[in-house]
Design a protein around this ligand. Structure first.
Ligand SMILES: C[S@@+](CC[C@H](N)C(=O)[O-])C[C@H]1O[C@@H](n2cnc3c(N)ncnc32)[C@H](O)[C@@H]1O
Length: 222
């Protein structure tokens, strides 16, 4: 039994994720650069599905004006984050994005690889809760595995992902497990579907931040 909804238990997550997800480190760098450019000062930042706290750790390396709230439905992921970020003044909350009840509290809300487990109705609640949690002009930034526009293009993406994992030391069994999660445990949607949902949740601007053959980042301003 896994201790969270990612493919790896929390204590081996960090060492495995970089060899499983292409561009994993790029996501956090893109988010930090965008937030820096948006110019918020004394930032209230909610990271939902924070996992082991990688994003917050990277922000603390370069900024000292950020107050983090880190949420995750997995208590064991939160324990890893607490250990990694020990000594930092952080609010930790054991909750999923569907359970968040914040109102107008944050400048930045991030969800990195944490909403692609959700069915359509759950996903809508999660995104709406992120919207509600933001102040006016606050930004929601999400990165996820995406689905391509056709089965044929999706198959190419998966073939390229297989190549990445194999080149990074994953066994045939590991690769098979990852591919079998898609459509069952991981429910990716297309970029168009992301944009439509963000607009329907009320965001006044919705833009693509970054994309690869397998993942996308979007940013949306309240
Ligand atoms: C692949 S990890 C990503 C962790 C982290 N954001 C990162 O960048 O490494 C997925 C995380 O999403 C969390 N998660 C699963 N379902 C969630 C939900 N409904 N709302 C928020 N987080 C969720 C998992 O517990 C796990 O920590």
């Amino acid at each position: 039994m896994k201790d969270n909804r990612s493919a790896y238990n929390s204590n081996i997550y960090d060492e495995n994720i970089v060899n499983t997800l292409p561009y994993y480190r790029e996501f956090h760098g893109q988010i930090i650069d965008l937030v820096n450019k948006l110019g918020y000062k004394d930032v209230d930042w909610l990271d939902t599905g924070c996992g082991t706290g990688t994003l917050a750790g990277m922000v603390f390396d370069i900024r000292d004006d950020v107050k983090f709230t880190l949420c995750d439905p997995s208590q064991s992921m939160l324990e890893q984050a607490k250990e990694k970020l020990s000594g930092k003044d952080i609010r930790f909350i054991n909750a999923s994005s569907q359970q968040l009840e914040f109102k107008d509290e944050f400048d930045v809300v991030t969800a990195v690889q944490s909403h692609h487990y959700l069915k359509s109705d759950e996903r809508r609640i999660a995104v709406k809760n992120c919207y509600n949690a933001l102040r006016e002009n606050g930004v929601f930034i999400t990165f996820e595995n995406i689905r391509m526009s056709t089965d044929e293009s999706d198959a190419i993406a998966l073939s390229r992902w297989t190549g990445f994992m194999t080149d990074h030391g994953k066994t045939d069994e590991d690769v098979k497990n990852q591919l079998e999660r898609r459509g069952v445990e991981v429910l990716p949607i297309t970029i168009e579907e992301h944009i439509k949902l963000l607009r329907e949740c009320g965001f006044k601007s919705v833009d693509l931040l970054w994309t690869s053959y397998l993942q996308a980042g979007l940013w949306a301003v309240k």
